[in-house]
Design a protein around this ligand. Sequence first.
Ligand code: GAR
Length: 196
Amino acid sequence: MRPPRLGVLGSGKGSNYVAIAEAVRSGSLDANIMLVASDFPDAGILTQAHAFGHHALHIPPGPFRTKMSPEAESRLVDALHDAGTDLVILAGFMRVIKEPLLRAFPNRILNIHPSLLPAFKGLEAWKQALEAGVPEAGCTVHLVDAQIDAGEILAQARVPVLPGDTAATLHARIQVEEHKIFPKVIGNYWRELQSV
Ligand code: GAR
């Protein structure tokens, strides 16, 4: 089985990307990171990509706040194809994925979301969990389809919500689990795809 070629997209600090890149480096995830792209020119994920020696690309997203323009998304698709991408990894990518990308990578886009889906879709899910007063939070890796945060669930990890938790402490606890499950699920999902 050949290792998957990954295209990683992120808008933020890139700690999930770093976890994946470290798993690749240590050999616990057999994969090649071909491209790291962001909608923000100064996103931490691009700085991290430079540090790992991965191809880092900023794609200006266009005029909308919550999605890329069709032109920008098509540019992204071209860049992912040029890089030979097998799997698109959304590692904190904060724009809704639309048709050009969905059509180009059906069942090949994985997202990590900081809640136990289907609970708390959307932005800052850990804050939603805290405000709702639930005893348990967590994270979910799922396939991306046209519905927001609703594609097939591949794996989840749970963490307790502790007395005195703030949004920051709860998110930090969730991120520890994110960094463990995301690299694992990528490897498992690729093996599953190769076996059918
Ligand atoms: C992560 O907690 C991820 O679950 C979340 O953004 C954070 C990115 O952190 N994603 C979403 O909320 C997607 N809807 P990172 O940049 O340190 O990986």
